[in-house]
Design a binder for this molecule. Structure first.
Ligand SMILES: NC(=O)c1ccc[n+]([C@@H]2O[C@H](COP(=O)([O-])OP(=O)(O)OC[C@H]3O[C@@H](n4cnc5c(N)ncnc54)[C@H](OP(=O)(O)O)[C@@H]3O)[C@@H](O)[C@H]2O)c1
Length: 331
């Protein structure tokens, strides 16, 4: 823990990205009248905050949007909001999805593969920042599983449909916190040995670095199929992401983000969910950005990534490691 803290304090890439992040409150709004009639978009984490704003935007433009949802409360609320707005031109389809269960991810993908004729955009948006060292029923570290492994699996299972619908896109929602990670911890990827116990913030950063690396590998491997890939940063957004810390398991973060909510700078300078959704929307629908495939976008522009993410060898190693971990056949 102390090593991790020291390591983060000395991380210049993180400090620079953090500085820029605060400047991002001068919010960027993506302006475009692109219509999405006949297009199908799948969104994870589309029932709340950033993901929900993306879903609403796509439906306004005429798309058929499939949202993976786990909480009936937020799912029903989204459905009602969409139905109540008669300026909507598209349709919403809710399908059950619990990202901490690989079985649920498989069922979700199976349903889509059966019911859908096409898939134009897969927006892997869902993310959690909860207490560290929790495990899924498959035995994976929780933050890693929900933020990264589930999306890796989902993308692989939907690949034939994306390929059939090309030109199509994979958009992965990341964060400036990906800069926190300088080591993927392949020796103890699931944090099992107990020798080195990272904070939940480090695990969150590692999952986001993994999403950037996944984006680069998807671009390299799938671009010839007509599928381009992008990662993106919503910026610091006032959302529910910071509300899941446990008092016992994650005391420091609990104090910083929950109890002392009033002194959490994001509560003051953070973007609204709609502002945070602008770059994910841009990457999902803007025309003519294919030459930037594989890049990481902030405020609608390609942005600098960490050294680790730019290391092609580690990106390839992570791909192979994840393929084995999820028992997927090599592509
Ligand atoms: N907020 C920020 O400052 C910030 C900054 C950089 C990057 N990001 C990234 O932006 C993305 C969206 O974040 P947000 O701030 O909008 O988060 P949020 O308010 O916490 O919303 C998260 C969404 O993910 C869903 N979700 C969480 N765990 C799930 C699970 N196990 N299975 C299925 N769905 C699950 C939630 O569903 P329910 O409705 O059922 O809860 C919700 O729709 C995340 O990837 C996050 O890491 C956020």
């Amino acid at each position: 823990m102390a090593v991790m803290l020291w390591h983060s304090l000395l991380n210049k890439e993180l400090a620079q990205a953090n500085e820029y992040e605060l400047y991002l409150r001068e919010s960027y709004i993506y302006k475009s009248d692109i219509e999405l009639f006949g297009k199908t978009i799948v969104v994870t984490g589309g029932t709340d905050e950033v993901g929900k704003e993306c879903v609403k935007n796509f439906i306004k433009r005429g798309a058929r949007v499939i949202v993976g949802y786990r909480s009936s409360k937020n799912g029903i609320k989204l459905k009602e909001e969409i139905e109540d707005d008669d300026t909507n031109k598209g349709t919403l389809v809710l399908m059950e999805l619990e990202l901490s269960s690989m079985e649920s991810v498989r069922k979700f993908a199976e349903k889509i593969n059966k019911s859908e004729q096409r898939l134009d955009v897969l927006l892997n948006n869902a993310g959690i920042l909860s207490s560290s060292t929790a495990y899924t029923k498959d035995g994976y570290e929780m933050i890693t599983a929900v933020n990264y492994l589930s999306h890796f699996l989902l993308t692989h299972l939907l690949l034939p449909l994306l390929k059939k619908s090309s030109p199509s896109r994979i958009v992965n929602v990341s964060s400036f916190v990906h800069n926190l990670t300088t080591d993927m911890m392949f020796d103890d990827f699931n944090i099992r040995t107990g020798y080195f116990i990272p904070t939940s913030f480090y695990l969150y950063g590692r999952s986001k670095a993994a999403m950037n690396m996944f984006t680069k590998e998807c671009q390299r491997r799938f671009k010839d199929m007509g599928i381009t890939s992008y990662s993106c940063n919503p910026g610091a957004v006032k959302t529910n992401l910071f509300n899941h810390f446990s008092l016992i398991k994650d005391f420091t973060n609990y104090l910083l983000f929950k109890t002392f909510k009033l002194i959490n700078p994001i509560q003051f300078v953070g973007k609204s969910a709609n502002e945070g959704a602008q770059t994910p929307i841009y990457c999902s629908i803007e025309e003519g950005i294919e030459t930037y495939g594989g890049s990481y976008f902030t405020d609608g522009k390609p942005f600098k990534e960490s050294k680790l993410v730019n290391n092609d060898e580690v990106c390839e190693k992570l791909w192979d490691y994840t393929t084995d971990l999820l028992n997927l056949s090599k592509l």
